[in-house]
Design a protein around this ligand. Structure first.
Ligand code: NAD
Length: 451
Protein backbone atom coordinates (compact mmCIF):
# COMPACT_ATOMS: atom_id res chain seq x y z
CA UNK A 1 0.00 0.00 0.00
CA UNK A 2 1.07 3.63 -0.45
CA UNK A 3 1.45 5.09 3.02
CA UNK A 4 2.28 8.65 4.16
CA UNK A 5 3.56 9.01 7.73
CA UNK A 6 3.29 12.60 8.98
CA UNK A 7 5.79 13.36 11.76
CA UNK A 8 9.19 11.69 11.55
CA UNK A 9 10.00 11.40 15.26
CA UNK A 10 10.43 8.31 17.43
CA UNK A 11 7.01 6.91 16.53
CA UNK A 12 6.70 8.17 12.94
CA UNK A 13 10.13 7.11 11.72
CA UNK A 14 9.95 3.69 13.37
CA UNK A 15 6.44 3.19 11.95
CA UNK A 16 7.45 4.30 8.45
CA UNK A 17 10.63 2.24 8.40
CA UNK A 18 8.96 -0.91 9.70
CA UNK A 19 6.04 -0.55 7.26
CA UNK A 20 8.56 -0.24 4.41
CA UNK A 21 10.24 -3.38 5.75
CA UNK A 22 6.85 -5.12 5.49
CA UNK A 23 6.78 -4.19 1.78
CA UNK A 24 4.70 -1.01 1.79
CA UNK A 25 5.65 2.09 -0.19
CA UNK A 26 6.27 4.76 2.45
CA UNK A 27 6.66 8.54 2.34
CA UNK A 28 7.79 10.02 5.64
CA UNK A 29 6.87 13.67 6.07
CA UNK A 30 8.29 16.18 8.51
CA UNK A 31 8.13 19.95 8.79
CA UNK A 32 11.85 20.10 9.73
CA UNK A 33 13.91 20.06 6.49
CA UNK A 34 17.10 18.99 8.32
CA UNK A 35 15.22 15.96 9.71
CA UNK A 36 14.03 15.08 6.20
CA UNK A 37 17.57 15.38 4.82
CA UNK A 38 18.96 13.17 7.58
CA UNK A 39 16.30 10.51 6.99
CA UNK A 40 16.96 10.52 3.21
CA UNK A 41 20.64 9.90 4.00
CA UNK A 42 19.67 6.91 6.13
CA UNK A 43 20.52 8.63 9.41
CA UNK A 44 17.80 8.57 12.08
CA UNK A 45 17.77 11.89 13.98
CA UNK A 46 17.80 9.95 17.29
CA UNK A 47 19.20 6.69 18.63
CA UNK A 48 17.06 3.59 18.34
CA UNK A 49 18.66 0.13 18.14
CA UNK A 50 18.41 -1.44 14.68
CA UNK A 51 16.64 1.53 13.09
CA UNK A 52 19.54 2.92 11.01
CA UNK A 53 20.12 -0.46 9.32
CA UNK A 54 16.44 -0.94 8.42
CA UNK A 55 16.12 2.66 7.24
CA UNK A 56 19.12 2.35 4.92
CA UNK A 57 17.74 -0.92 3.54
CA UNK A 58 14.31 0.65 2.90
CA UNK A 59 15.81 3.69 1.13
CA UNK A 60 18.08 1.53 -1.03
CA UNK A 61 15.13 -0.68 -1.97
CA UNK A 62 13.23 2.45 -3.05
CA UNK A 63 10.46 1.75 -0.53
CA UNK A 64 10.98 4.85 1.66
CA UNK A 65 11.72 8.51 1.11
CA UNK A 66 11.24 11.63 3.23
CA UNK A 67 9.69 14.94 2.12
CA UNK A 68 8.38 18.17 3.70
CA UNK A 69 5.20 18.46 1.59
CA UNK A 70 2.38 16.95 3.70
CA UNK A 71 -0.47 17.65 1.24
CA UNK A 72 1.45 16.20 -1.71
CA UNK A 73 2.32 13.02 0.20
CA UNK A 74 -1.28 12.58 1.40
CA UNK A 75 -2.71 13.10 -2.10
CA UNK A 76 -0.48 10.30 -3.42
CA UNK A 77 -1.22 7.80 -0.62
CA UNK A 78 -3.89 5.26 0.30
CA UNK A 79 -3.27 5.64 4.02
CA UNK A 80 -1.98 8.63 6.01
CA UNK A 81 -0.67 7.99 9.51
CA UNK A 82 -0.36 11.01 11.79
CA UNK A 83 2.44 10.76 14.37
CA UNK A 84 3.22 14.33 15.41
CA UNK A 85 3.94 15.25 19.02
CA UNK A 86 1.14 15.93 21.52
CA UNK A 87 3.12 17.52 24.37
CA UNK A 88 1.84 18.94 27.62
CA UNK A 89 1.16 22.64 28.03
CA UNK A 90 0.63 23.35 31.70
CA UNK A 91 -0.79 19.84 32.15
CA UNK A 92 -3.21 20.22 29.24
CA UNK A 93 -2.67 18.32 25.98
CA UNK A 94 -1.23 20.63 23.32
CA UNK A 95 -2.95 19.82 20.04
CA UNK A 96 -1.32 22.60 18.03
CA UNK A 97 0.99 20.22 16.07
CA UNK A 98 -1.91 17.86 15.40
CA UNK A 99 -4.17 20.70 14.24
CA UNK A 100 -1.51 22.19 11.96
CA UNK A 101 -0.80 18.80 10.42
CA UNK A 102 -4.55 18.10 10.04
CA UNK A 103 -4.92 21.31 7.96
CA UNK A 104 -2.24 20.04 5.58
CA UNK A 105 -3.69 16.54 5.47
CA UNK A 106 -7.12 18.06 4.69
CA UNK A 107 -5.59 19.85 1.69
CA UNK A 108 -4.09 16.56 0.50
CA UNK A 109 -7.46 14.81 0.82
CA UNK A 110 -8.94 17.20 -1.77
CA UNK A 111 -6.73 15.61 -4.44
CA UNK A 112 -6.59 12.08 -3.06
CA UNK A 113 -8.27 9.47 -5.25
CA UNK A 114 -10.26 6.43 -4.15
CA UNK A 115 -10.94 5.95 -0.47
CA UNK A 116 -8.03 7.48 1.48
CA UNK A 117 -7.82 6.60 5.18
CA UNK A 118 -6.43 9.00 7.80
CA UNK A 119 -5.07 7.39 10.96
CA UNK A 120 -4.27 9.22 14.20
CA UNK A 121 -1.36 7.43 15.88
CA UNK A 122 -0.40 10.33 18.16
CA UNK A 123 -1.65 9.90 21.73
CA UNK A 124 -4.75 12.10 22.07
CA UNK A 125 -7.41 12.47 24.76
CA UNK A 126 -10.75 10.74 24.06
CA UNK A 127 -12.89 12.63 21.60
CA UNK A 128 -10.01 14.33 19.79
CA UNK A 129 -10.14 12.19 16.64
CA UNK A 130 -13.90 12.47 16.05
CA UNK A 131 -14.12 16.18 16.96
CA UNK A 132 -10.89 18.19 16.45
CA UNK A 133 -9.30 15.96 13.82
CA UNK A 134 -12.49 15.14 11.89
CA UNK A 135 -13.64 18.78 12.06
CA UNK A 136 -10.44 20.11 10.49
CA UNK A 137 -10.26 17.36 7.84
CA UNK A 138 -13.89 17.89 6.77
CA UNK A 139 -13.64 21.70 6.72
CA UNK A 140 -10.40 21.84 4.74
CA UNK A 141 -11.02 18.95 2.34
CA UNK A 142 -14.68 19.72 1.67
CA UNK A 143 -15.31 15.96 2.10
CA UNK A 144 -17.33 14.23 4.83
CA UNK A 145 -15.90 11.41 6.94
CA UNK A 146 -17.20 8.32 5.23
CA UNK A 147 -16.00 9.55 1.84
CA UNK A 148 -12.58 9.15 3.44
CA UNK A 149 -11.71 6.76 6.28
CA UNK A 150 -10.79 7.86 9.81
CA UNK A 151 -9.05 5.69 12.42
CA UNK A 152 -7.33 6.02 15.76
CA UNK A 153 -4.52 3.51 16.19
CA UNK A 154 -2.59 4.02 19.45
CA UNK A 155 1.09 3.10 19.47
CA UNK A 156 2.53 0.99 22.29
CA UNK A 157 6.20 0.81 21.24
CA UNK A 158 8.88 1.53 23.85
CA UNK A 159 11.93 3.62 23.07
CA UNK A 160 15.03 1.42 23.20
CA UNK A 161 13.15 -1.57 21.73
CA UNK A 162 10.89 0.32 19.32
CA UNK A 163 11.67 -1.67 16.16
CA UNK A 164 11.19 -5.02 17.88
CA UNK A 165 7.99 -3.80 19.56
CA UNK A 166 6.55 -2.54 16.27
CA UNK A 167 7.45 -5.70 14.34
CA UNK A 168 6.08 -8.04 17.02
CA UNK A 169 3.08 -6.27 18.56
CA UNK A 170 1.09 -7.65 21.52
CA UNK A 171 -2.09 -6.33 19.96
CA UNK A 172 -3.22 -3.78 17.42
CA UNK A 173 -6.03 -1.50 18.50
CA UNK A 174 -8.01 -0.06 15.61
CA UNK A 175 -10.48 2.64 16.56
CA UNK A 176 -12.69 3.21 13.53
CA UNK A 177 -15.10 5.90 12.38
CA UNK A 178 -16.89 3.20 10.36
CA UNK A 179 -16.28 -0.32 9.12
CA UNK A 180 -14.52 0.60 5.86
CA UNK A 181 -12.10 2.86 7.78
CA UNK A 182 -10.98 -0.05 10.00
CA UNK A 183 -10.76 -2.45 7.04
CA UNK A 184 -8.48 -0.01 5.20
CA UNK A 185 -6.09 0.21 8.15
CA UNK A 186 -6.25 -3.53 8.89
CA UNK A 187 -4.82 -4.16 5.43
CA UNK A 188 -1.66 -2.28 6.46
CA UNK A 189 -1.16 -4.75 9.30
CA UNK A 190 -2.37 -7.86 7.45
CA UNK A 191 0.97 -9.66 7.92
CA UNK A 192 0.84 -9.38 11.73
CA UNK A 193 -0.62 -12.41 13.47
CA UNK A 194 -1.70 -10.81 16.75
CA UNK A 195 -5.07 -9.88 18.25
CA UNK A 196 -6.60 -6.97 16.36
CA UNK A 197 -9.22 -5.07 18.28
CA UNK A 198 -11.74 -3.15 16.22
CA UNK A 199 -13.43 -0.60 18.40
CA UNK A 200 -14.66 2.97 18.64
CA UNK A 201 -12.32 5.91 18.15
CA UNK A 202 -12.78 6.91 21.80
CA UNK A 203 -12.08 3.41 23.15
CA UNK A 204 -8.83 3.37 21.16
CA UNK A 205 -7.85 6.77 22.56
CA UNK A 206 -8.76 5.72 26.12
CA UNK A 207 -6.90 2.38 25.84
CA UNK A 208 -3.59 4.16 25.32
CA UNK A 209 -4.13 6.28 28.44
CA UNK A 210 -5.22 3.26 30.47
CA UNK A 211 -1.99 1.46 29.48
CA UNK A 212 0.28 4.35 30.37
CA UNK A 213 -1.61 5.19 33.57
CA UNK A 214 -1.16 1.59 34.78
CA UNK A 215 2.59 1.67 34.11
CA UNK A 216 2.94 5.03 35.87
CA UNK A 217 0.91 3.75 38.84
CA UNK A 218 3.16 0.69 39.21
CA UNK A 219 6.27 2.90 39.23
CA UNK A 220 4.85 5.24 41.86
CA UNK A 221 3.60 2.28 43.93
CA UNK A 222 7.16 0.90 43.96
CA UNK A 223 8.63 4.29 44.80
CA UNK A 224 6.23 4.78 47.69
CA UNK A 225 7.60 1.52 49.10
CA UNK A 226 11.15 2.77 48.48
CA UNK A 227 10.42 5.79 50.67
CA UNK A 228 8.83 3.58 53.32
CA UNK A 229 11.82 1.20 53.32
CA UNK A 230 14.28 4.10 53.55
CA UNK A 231 12.51 5.16 56.74
CA UNK A 232 12.56 1.61 58.14
CA UNK A 233 15.94 0.35 59.38
CA UNK A 234 16.45 -3.22 58.18
CA UNK A 235 14.07 -2.92 55.22
CA UNK A 236 15.25 -3.10 51.61
CA UNK A 237 12.84 -2.28 48.79
CA UNK A 238 14.62 -4.52 46.26
CA UNK A 239 14.18 -7.57 48.48
CA UNK A 240 10.58 -6.65 49.21
CA UNK A 241 9.64 -6.13 45.55
CA UNK A 242 11.61 -9.17 44.35
CA UNK A 243 9.62 -11.31 46.79
CA UNK A 244 6.42 -9.62 45.57
CA UNK A 245 7.30 -10.51 41.96
CA UNK A 246 7.29 -14.22 42.85
CA UNK A 247 3.55 -14.20 43.48
CA UNK A 248 2.28 -16.60 40.81
CA UNK A 249 -0.41 -14.14 39.87
CA UNK A 250 2.43 -11.81 38.79
CA UNK A 251 4.94 -14.35 37.45
CA UNK A 252 3.15 -17.62 36.66
CA UNK A 253 4.79 -21.02 36.26
CA UNK A 254 4.65 -22.51 32.77
CA UNK A 255 5.75 -26.13 32.28
CA UNK A 256 7.92 -25.92 35.41
CA UNK A 257 9.55 -22.62 34.48
CA UNK A 258 8.72 -19.25 35.94
CA UNK A 259 7.57 -16.67 33.41
CA UNK A 260 8.80 -13.15 34.14
CA UNK A 261 6.37 -10.75 32.52
CA UNK A 262 7.77 -7.46 31.26
CA UNK A 263 5.34 -5.54 33.44
CA UNK A 264 7.46 -6.49 36.48
CA UNK A 265 10.15 -4.08 35.28
CA UNK A 266 7.74 -1.30 36.29
CA UNK A 267 7.43 -2.77 39.79
CA UNK A 268 10.89 -1.58 40.75
CA UNK A 269 12.04 1.40 42.75
CA UNK A 270 13.92 4.20 41.01
CA UNK A 271 14.02 7.95 40.73
CA UNK A 272 10.69 8.23 38.95
CA UNK A 273 9.21 7.82 35.49
CA UNK A 274 10.16 10.28 32.77
CA UNK A 275 10.33 10.34 28.99
CA UNK A 276 8.07 11.64 26.31
CA UNK A 277 4.98 9.67 27.34
CA UNK A 278 4.17 8.75 30.94
CA UNK A 279 4.50 12.21 32.59
CA UNK A 280 2.61 14.12 29.92
CA UNK A 281 0.01 11.40 29.37
CA UNK A 282 -0.84 11.16 33.07
CA UNK A 283 -1.08 14.97 33.16
CA UNK A 284 -3.30 15.07 30.05
CA UNK A 285 -5.56 12.34 31.42
CA UNK A 286 -5.98 14.16 34.74
CA UNK A 287 -6.78 17.39 32.89
CA UNK A 288 -9.24 15.55 30.61
CA UNK A 289 -10.94 13.99 33.67
CA UNK A 290 -11.17 17.35 35.43
CA UNK A 291 -12.94 18.78 32.38
CA UNK A 292 -15.39 15.85 32.51
CA UNK A 293 -16.04 16.55 36.19
CA UNK A 294 -14.33 13.31 37.23
CA UNK A 295 -11.92 13.19 40.19
CA UNK A 296 -8.66 11.28 39.66
CA UNK A 297 -7.40 10.81 43.21
CA UNK A 298 -5.29 7.80 42.26
CA UNK A 299 -3.62 9.51 39.27
CA UNK A 300 -3.10 12.70 41.31
CA UNK A 301 -1.18 10.63 43.86
CA UNK A 302 0.78 8.83 41.11
CA UNK A 303 1.95 12.22 39.81
CA UNK A 304 2.69 13.60 43.27
CA UNK A 305 4.82 10.57 44.25
CA UNK A 306 6.70 10.85 40.96
CA UNK A 307 7.28 14.57 41.26
CA UNK A 308 8.90 14.02 44.67
CA UNK A 309 11.45 11.39 43.58
CA UNK A 310 14.28 13.65 42.31
CA UNK A 311 14.14 15.66 45.58
CA UNK A 312 14.22 12.42 47.58
CA UNK A 313 17.34 11.34 45.68
CA UNK A 314 19.01 14.70 46.25
CA UNK A 315 18.12 14.45 49.95
CA UNK A 316 19.88 11.06 50.07
CA UNK A 317 22.93 12.67 48.47
CA UNK A 318 22.84 15.52 50.99
CA UNK A 319 22.57 13.04 53.84
CA UNK A 320 25.59 11.10 52.57
CA UNK A 321 27.80 14.04 51.60
CA UNK A 322 26.96 16.33 54.53
CA UNK A 323 26.28 19.54 52.71
CA UNK A 324 25.72 20.06 49.03
CA UNK A 325 26.83 23.71 49.09
CA UNK A 326 30.15 23.69 47.24
CA UNK A 327 30.13 19.89 46.89
CA UNK A 328 31.22 18.45 43.55
CA UNK A 329 28.65 15.91 42.36
CA UNK A 330 28.78 13.68 39.28
CA UNK A 331 25.49 12.63 37.72
CA UNK A 332 25.75 9.32 35.88
CA UNK A 333 23.12 9.00 33.19
CA UNK A 334 21.04 11.72 31.57
CA UNK A 335 18.55 9.82 29.40
CA UNK A 336 15.17 9.10 30.98
CA UNK A 337 15.98 5.39 30.78
CA UNK A 338 18.75 3.16 29.50
CA UNK A 339 18.75 2.30 25.79
CA UNK A 340 17.69 5.71 24.51
CA UNK A 341 19.08 9.22 24.07
CA UNK A 342 15.71 10.79 24.85
CA UNK A 343 16.02 13.53 27.47
CA UNK A 344 12.38 14.58 27.53
CA UNK A 345 11.16 14.86 31.14
CA UNK A 346 14.20 12.90 32.31
CA UNK A 347 14.52 12.76 36.13
CA UNK A 348 18.24 13.55 35.59
CA UNK A 349 17.35 17.10 34.55
CA UNK A 350 15.37 17.65 37.77
CA UNK A 351 18.19 16.12 39.84
CA UNK A 352 20.78 18.44 38.23
CA UNK A 353 18.56 21.49 38.76
CA UNK A 354 17.97 20.64 42.44
CA UNK A 355 21.68 19.96 43.06
CA UNK A 356 22.61 23.29 41.50
CA UNK A 357 19.93 25.10 43.51
CA UNK A 358 21.55 23.68 46.63
CA UNK A 359 24.92 25.06 45.58
CA UNK A 360 26.55 21.88 44.27
CA UNK A 361 28.94 21.89 41.32
CA UNK A 362 27.59 19.29 38.90
CA UNK A 363 29.15 17.28 36.08
CA UNK A 364 27.40 14.57 34.12
CA UNK A 365 28.14 11.64 31.87
CA UNK A 366 25.83 9.55 29.68
CA UNK A 367 26.89 6.83 27.22
CA UNK A 368 24.71 8.31 24.44
CA UNK A 369 24.16 11.98 25.27
CA UNK A 370 27.06 14.31 24.60
CA UNK A 371 25.32 17.70 24.62
CA UNK A 372 22.91 19.49 26.94
CA UNK A 373 22.06 23.17 26.56
CA UNK A 374 23.89 25.33 29.11
CA UNK A 375 25.59 22.35 30.77
CA UNK A 376 28.91 20.61 30.25
CA UNK A 377 28.52 16.92 29.52
CA UNK A 378 31.71 14.92 30.10
CA UNK A 379 33.12 12.66 27.40
CA UNK A 380 33.75 9.81 29.83
CA UNK A 381 32.79 8.56 33.27
CA UNK A 382 36.41 9.03 34.31
CA UNK A 383 36.23 12.73 33.42
CA UNK A 384 32.90 13.09 35.25
CA UNK A 385 34.17 11.38 38.41
CA UNK A 386 37.66 12.86 38.75
CA UNK A 387 37.95 14.83 42.00
CA UNK A 388 34.23 14.59 42.80
CA UNK A 389 32.67 14.32 46.27
CA UNK A 390 29.94 11.94 45.20
CA UNK A 391 28.30 10.36 42.17
CA UNK A 392 24.59 9.80 41.67
CA UNK A 393 23.39 7.10 39.28
CA UNK A 394 20.21 8.40 37.66
CA UNK A 395 19.92 6.17 34.56
CA UNK A 396 20.29 2.40 34.86
CA UNK A 397 22.80 1.95 32.04
CA UNK A 398 24.09 -1.65 32.40
CA UNK A 399 27.68 -0.50 31.75
CA UNK A 400 27.66 1.45 35.02
CA UNK A 401 27.56 -1.82 36.97
CA UNK A 402 30.45 -3.16 34.87
CA UNK A 403 32.73 -0.16 35.56
CA UNK A 404 36.00 -0.74 37.41
CA UNK A 405 34.76 0.93 40.59
CA UNK A 406 38.03 0.28 42.41
CA UNK A 407 39.86 2.48 39.89
CA UNK A 408 37.04 5.04 39.61
CA UNK A 409 36.60 5.36 43.40
CA UNK A 410 40.32 6.10 43.62
CA UNK A 411 40.03 9.17 41.36
CA UNK A 412 37.14 10.63 43.36
CA UNK A 413 37.79 13.17 46.11
CA UNK A 414 35.42 11.24 48.38
CA UNK A 415 34.15 7.93 47.07
CA UNK A 416 30.42 8.15 47.74
CA UNK A 417 27.97 6.52 45.31
CA UNK A 418 24.25 7.21 45.49
CA UNK A 419 22.49 4.60 43.41
CA UNK A 420 19.21 6.16 42.29
CA UNK A 421 18.16 3.09 40.31
CA UNK A 422 19.77 0.35 42.38
CA UNK A 423 21.66 -0.35 39.18
CA UNK A 424 24.98 -1.03 40.91
CA UNK A 425 23.82 -3.98 42.96
CA UNK A 426 26.03 -6.83 41.89
CA UNK A 427 28.86 -4.44 40.92
CA UNK A 428 32.23 -4.88 42.58
CA UNK A 429 32.57 -1.82 44.82
CA UNK A 430 35.54 -1.39 47.19
CA UNK A 431 34.72 -1.47 50.90
CA UNK A 432 36.14 2.02 51.37
CA UNK A 433 33.46 3.41 49.01
CA UNK A 434 30.18 4.47 50.61
CA UNK A 435 27.30 3.13 48.52
CA UNK A 436 23.82 4.45 49.25
CA UNK A 437 20.94 2.56 47.65
CA UNK A 438 17.44 3.88 47.27
CA UNK A 439 14.81 2.09 49.29
CA UNK A 440 17.23 1.09 51.99
CA UNK A 441 17.84 2.81 55.32
CA UNK A 442 21.12 4.74 55.41
CA UNK A 443 22.92 6.09 58.49
CA UNK A 444 25.65 8.53 57.52
CA UNK A 445 28.89 7.85 59.39
CA UNK A 446 31.39 10.52 60.25
CA UNK A 447 29.84 13.27 58.15
CA UNK A 448 28.21 16.44 59.36
CA UNK A 449 24.59 16.54 58.24
CA UNK A 450 23.68 19.91 56.74
CA UNK A 451 21.18 22.08 58.57
P1 NAD B 1 8.59 13.45 18.30
O1 NAD B 1 8.57 14.79 18.91
O2 NAD B 1 9.80 12.59 18.40
O3 NAD B 1 8.26 13.59 16.73
C1 NAD B 1 7.25 14.40 16.22
C2 NAD B 1 7.67 14.83 14.83
O4 NAD B 1 6.58 15.49 14.20
C3 NAD B 1 8.84 15.84 14.81
O5 NAD B 1 9.85 15.36 13.97
C4 NAD B 1 8.21 17.13 14.27
O6 NAD B 1 9.12 17.91 13.52
C5 NAD B 1 7.09 16.56 13.41
N1 NAD B 1 6.02 17.51 13.13
C6 NAD B 1 5.39 18.35 13.97
N2 NAD B 1 4.42 19.05 13.33
C7 NAD B 1 4.43 18.63 12.04
C8 NAD B 1 3.66 18.93 10.89
N3 NAD B 1 2.69 19.84 10.92
N4 NAD B 1 3.94 18.31 9.74
C9 NAD B 1 4.93 17.40 9.68
N5 NAD B 1 5.69 17.04 10.74
C10 NAD B 1 5.44 17.63 11.91
O7 NAD B 1 7.32 12.69 18.88
P2 NAD B 1 7.19 11.12 19.22
O8 NAD B 1 7.93 10.79 20.45
O9 NAD B 1 7.43 10.34 17.98
O10 NAD B 1 5.63 11.05 19.60
C11 NAD B 1 4.62 11.22 18.62
C12 NAD B 1 3.30 10.83 19.22
O11 NAD B 1 3.30 9.43 19.55
C13 NAD B 1 2.95 11.56 20.52
O12 NAD B 1 1.57 11.78 20.58
C14 NAD B 1 3.37 10.58 21.60
O13 NAD B 1 2.66 10.74 22.80
C15 NAD B 1 3.02 9.25 20.94
N6 NAD B 1 3.80 8.10 21.40
C16 NAD B 1 5.13 8.23 21.62
C17 NAD B 1 5.86 7.12 22.03
C18 NAD B 1 7.36 7.24 22.32
O14 NAD B 1 7.91 6.33 22.90
N7 NAD B 1 8.02 8.32 21.90
C19 NAD B 1 5.24 5.89 22.20
C20 NAD B 1 3.88 5.79 21.93
C21 NAD B 1 3.15 6.90 21.53
Amino acid sequence: MRIAVVGTGYVGLVTGTCLAQLGHDVTCVDSMPQRVDAVNQGTPPFYEPGLAELLTEAIQAGRLRAVTDVAGAVAASDITILAVGTPSRGGEIDLSYLSAAAEQIGKGLRDASGYPVVVVKSTVVPGTTDTVMRGILERVSGRRAGSFGLCMNPEFLREGSAVADFMDPDRIVIGQWDGPSGCGLAEVYSSFDCPKIFTTLRNAEMTKYASNALLAALVSFSNEFAALCEATPGADVDEVLSALHLDRRLSPMHRGDRVTPGILSYLRAGCGFGGSCLPKDVAALRDFARKQGVETRLLDAVSAVNAGRPAQLVALAQNAVGTLRGAAIAVLGLAFKAGTDDLRDSPALAVIRLLEEKGAVVRAYDPLITKLDGFHVCASAREALTGMDAAIVVTAWPEFAAFDWTALSAIMQRPILIDGRNALRGAVIPESTTCVSIGRHFEPQGVAVAI
